[in-house]
Design a protein around this ligand. Structure first.
Ligand code: ZN
Length: 278
């Protein structure tokens, strides 16, 4: 599943590719991909003729401003959603969900094998958090000042759930998934099963710094090699060969040689080193 670095990589790709892209026409191949009020009709009317402006990201959500004053186009890739840039006309694959063309016939194609991806059109007079309700439930961005050790201390007070589970909660911090939760806990030297409420301010500061570092590194690498993630040009990222623990169950820890453990936690695989994280 794409996490913050992958979604950020897609955001940059969309911003590069779609500058001055005016949506001449679009086709919704799978109506369920449109999650906003008014469904396919409102989405089609809202986007047709609009120029795609700047792209922003919040957690794993992407939002494009539509110009002039045409509202916002929202996207969540969920498990397997991906955009493809199609310069030469080709037949769409069976997993094609939505297609957008400019007047030159260039196509932006949204392909989604598992079909959990969603899109929204939010009218100019509608609050973003009303038009895309999931945004209202998101915690702070990991790179924001709001995401601090005291914030974590306050939010995790008395919490008995494992810190790994807490990190996956989008209401605590936006955009983190399995890969970067495992990697940041390793880097901070914290066992993933530690009850979140027991972590000290020092540990939480280490965790915050580690998470920011890991995310920054992965964004620089263009996202991960894992999962079905592809950027607009069909390339997946370089973050992966350099993971410390993620998907390395049974292999020797790169720091101390202890075999990396792989445990199930809240239904997700958790990878960690029992020596370095103790
Ligand atoms: Zn180790």
């Amino acid at each position: 599943m794409p996490e913050l670095p992958e979604v950020e990589t897609v955001r940059r790709g969309l911003e590069d590719r779609l500058s001055f892209f005016v949506i001449d026409r679009l086709e919704v191949c799978r109506p369920r991909a449109i999650a906003s009020m008014g469904g396919v009709t409102a989405f089609t009317d809202g986007l047709t003729g609009a120029r795609v402006g700047a792209w922003s990201r919040r957690g794993k959500y992407l939002m494009a401003s539509l110009e002039p004053d045409r509202g916002v186009w929202g996207v969540h890739l969920r498990m397997t959603g991906q955009f493809q840039w199609v310069a030469e006309p080709t037949n769409p694959c069976t997993h094609t969900r939505v297609r957008f063309w400019n007047s030159k016939g260039d196509e932006l194609r949204f392909v989604d094998v598992r079909s959990f991806g969603e899109m929204w059109w939010v009218a100019p007079d509608v609050e973003l958090t009303v038009g895309m309700p999931g945004l209202a439930r998101l915690g702070p961005e990991p790179f924001s000042e709001l995401f601090s050790a005291p914030y974590l201390k306050r939010r995790l007070k008395n919490s008995s759930r494992p810190i790994k589970t807490a990190l996956l909660d989008q209401a605590l911090v936006a955009g983190v998934g399995n890969i970067y939760a495992d990697e940041s806990l390793f880097s901070a030297g914290i066992p993933p099963l530690t009850p979140a409420g027991q972590l000290t301010l020092d540990q939480l500061e280490r965790l915050r710094t580690s998470l920011v570092d890991v995310l920054t590194t992965s964004i620089g690498a263009g996202g991960t090699t894992f999962s079905d993630f592809r950027d607009l040009e069909g390339v997946n990222g370089n973050y992966g060969g350099q993971t410390w623990v993620y998907r390395r169950g049974g292999e020797p820890c790169r720091r101390c040689g202890t075999p990396i453990r792989r445990d199930k936690l809240s239904g997700r695989s958790t990878h960690w080193c029992p020596t370095c994280q103790s």
